[in-house]
Write a protein that binds this ligand. Structure first.
Ligand code: FAD
Ligand code: UDP
Length: 392
C-alpha cells in the first residue's frame, strides 16, 4: 500500500482515483457499508425510485476542470433544481426572486421598483451588506426584515438551532436573491444528476485495479489492519473524517449538525409535485420534504405509478454517535479549528481534506476541486510519504 485514504466520499474517491492513475496502490477504507459518503443513493426496489439516503444531492459547478473530470465517470441529466417554500399556508418560489417578492407583497413590481423596496427595508434595519459579518445581518441587508422573518429566520433556527448572529454570513450567501423571475436554485454553468444514479458514478471512480476498497472499517478501531495506531507513520494517509475526532477532541469538540431523514413510501403517485419543498415556519418541526421521483422525470416509465417515496428532514446537534453533516462554525468553533489546523500541520504524513477533515461547508464540486488541487501539488509519491500536510 502506497497510500491509505480514510473515507470513501467524493474527496477521498477523487484522491484515490488520481493516486491510482499515477501508479500508486491505494487502500480506501470507510466505516459505512457503501461508497460515496453523503452523496450515496440507491434504487428502492419496490418503487424503482432512486432514493438519496443522506438528503437530496444535486450536482452543480462552474468549474470547467471539475465538470470535465466528473464526466469521465458518468453522464449527467439536464435536471434543473427548483425549490419552493410553504409559509403561512402559501407556497412561494425560492430562491427569493421577483415572483416571490410580488407574491409576498401582493404587488406587480418590476426589477427596479422591487430593488428600491428591498433597499429601503434594509436601510430601515440599518445593516450594510458589505460589512455584515453574520448570517442575520447579511440576510437582512440582502432582503430586508419582513422577508427574513418569513423565509429565513425560522428555517435557519430549525436547521442550526444556533443564534443566526453566531453563524457565518457565508451560509446565507449561498442563496442568491434575484430581481428576475428566474427561480433556478443554483446559478452554476453546469448542473444535473448522474444519469444512471450516484451508485454507478461512485463505483466507476473506485474501479481502478490499483484501488482496494474496504467497507465497514473504522480507522479508530485498533483491531483492524488499517487503523490509525497501525498505519500512522508507516504510510501516507489522506484523512477525510472529522478533524476533531482525529485528535481525540483535544482542543474541545467542534459543533456539527446531524439530520434525521424520515423516509416513507406513500400510496399516491405524486405527493407534492416537486422534488423539494421547504417549511420555514416554526410550527412545522421539519425543515423540508424531499420527493425523489421528481429528480428523474426521464425515468417515469420505470417508477411505480401508485406509490412515491418522500423524506422529511429534521435537523439537530450531532452527538458523539451521530453522523456529522454540517459544520456549525460559530466563533468558538473557529478558534478550536485554528488549533486543530496547527495540530494538522505538525501531523507527519497525514493530509486532512473534505467537508469533515477541513470543517468547511463544501458542495460536491468543491470537495472534488479541492481534492484535485491537493493531488496536483504532487503531495505523494510512491514510497516517500506525504511531503506536506498542507493544501487544505
Ligand atoms: P463525506 O461525503 O462526508 O465522506 C466522508 C466519509 O468518511 C464518510 O463516508 C464517512 O463514513 C467516512 N469516515 C468518517 N470517519 C471515518 C472513520 N473513522 N473511519 C472510516 N471512515 C470514516 N453537495 C452538492 O454539491 N449538492 C447538493 O445538493 C448537496 N446536498 C447536500 C445535502 C446534505 C444534507 C448534505 C449533508 C450535504 C450536501 N452536499 C451537497 C455536500 C456533499 O455531501 C459534500 O460536498 C460531499 O459529500 C463531500 O464529500 P467528502 O468526501 O468531503 O465527505
Ligand atoms: N435557508 C433559509 N430558508 C430556506 C432555505 C435556506 O433560511 O428556505 C438558509 C439556511 O440558513 C440554510 C442556508 O440558507 O442553512 C443555506 O441553504 P441551502 O439550501 O444551501 O442548504 P443545504 O442544501 O446545504 O442544506
Amino acid at each position: 500500500m502506497d497510500l491509505l485514504v480514510v473515507g470513501a466520499g467524493l474527496y477521498g474517491l477523487t484522491v484515490a482515483e488520481q493516486a491510482a492513475q499515477s501508479g500508486l496502490d491505494v487502500v480506501v477504507i470507510d466505516r459505512r457499508d457503501h461508497l460515496g459518503g453523503n452523496a450515496y443513493s440507491s434504487v428502492d426496489e419496490a418503487t424503482g425510485i432512486e432514493v438519496h439516503r443522506y438528503g437530496s444531492h444535486i450536482f452543480h459547478t462552474s468549474n470547467e476542470r471539475v465538470w470535465q473530470y466528473v464526466r469521465r465517470f458518468t453522464a449527467f441529466t439536464d435536471y434543473r433544481h427548483r425549490v419552493f417554500s410553504t409559509h403561512a399556508g402559501t407556497v412561494y418560489p425560492l430562491p427569493i426572486n421577483l415572483g416571490t417578492l410580488n407574491q409576498f407583497f401582493h404587488a406587480a413590481m418590476g426589477p427596479a421598483a422591487a430593488q428600491a423596496l428591498i433597499a429601503e427595508q434594509a436601510a430601515q434595519a440599518g445593516v450594510d451588506a458589505e460589512s455584515a459579518a453574520n448570517l442575520e445581518d447579511k440576510a437582512v441587508a440582502l432582503i430586508g426584515r419582513p422577508l427574513y422573518e418569513a423565509f429565513i429566520r425560522g428555517y435557519t433556527h430549525k436547521q442550526w438551532q444556533t443564534d443566526p448572529r453566531e453563524l457565518p454570513a457565508s451560509v446565507i450567501a449561498r442563496l442568491p436573491v434575484r430581481y428576475t423571475y428566474d427561480n433556478r436554485y443554483f446559478s452554476d454553468t453546469y448542473e444535473g444528476l448522474p444519469a444512471h444514479g450516484y451508485g454507478p458514478w461512485l463505483e466507476a471512480m473506485a474501479s481502478h485495479p490499483r484501488i482496494d476498497v474496504r467497507l465497514g472499517v473504522d480507522f479508530f478501531d485498533p483491531t483492524q489492519p488499517f487503523s490509525k495506531d497501525r498505519v500512522r507513520g508507516q504510510a501516507p494517509i489522506v484523512y477525510t473524517g472529522p478533524v476533531d475526532r482525529y485528535f481525540d477532541h483535544s482542543a474541545g469538540p467542534l459543533a456539527w449538525r446531524t439530520l434525521d431523514l424520515e423516509t416513507q413510501t406513500l400510496p399516491v403517485r405524486d405527493f407534492q409535485g416537486t422534488s423539494v419543498m421547504n417549511y420555514p415556519d416554526l410550527d412545522v418541526p421539519y425543515t423540508r420534504i424531499h420527493e425523489f421521483r421528481h429528480f428523474h422525470p426521464e425515468r417515469e416509465d420505470r417508477h411505480a405509478q401508485d406509490r412515491t417515496v418522500i423524506a422529511r428532514e429534521f435537523s439537530r446537534p450531532a452527538g458523539p454517535d451521530d453522523e456529522p453533516y454540517y459544520p456549525v462554525s460559530t466563533p468558538a468553533d473557529r478558534e478550536r479549528l485554528r488549533q486543530y489546523r496547527e495540530l494538522a500541520e505538525d501531523e507527519p504524513g497525514v493530509h486532512f481534506g473534505g467537508r469533515l477533515g477541513s470543517y468547511l461547508y463544501l458542495d460536491m464540486h468543491m470537495a472534488i476541486a479541492s481534492a484535485l488541487q491537493f493531488w496536483g501539488q504532487g503531495a505523494v509519491t510512491a514510497g516517500t510519504g506525504l511531503r506536506s500536510a498542507r493544501g487544505r
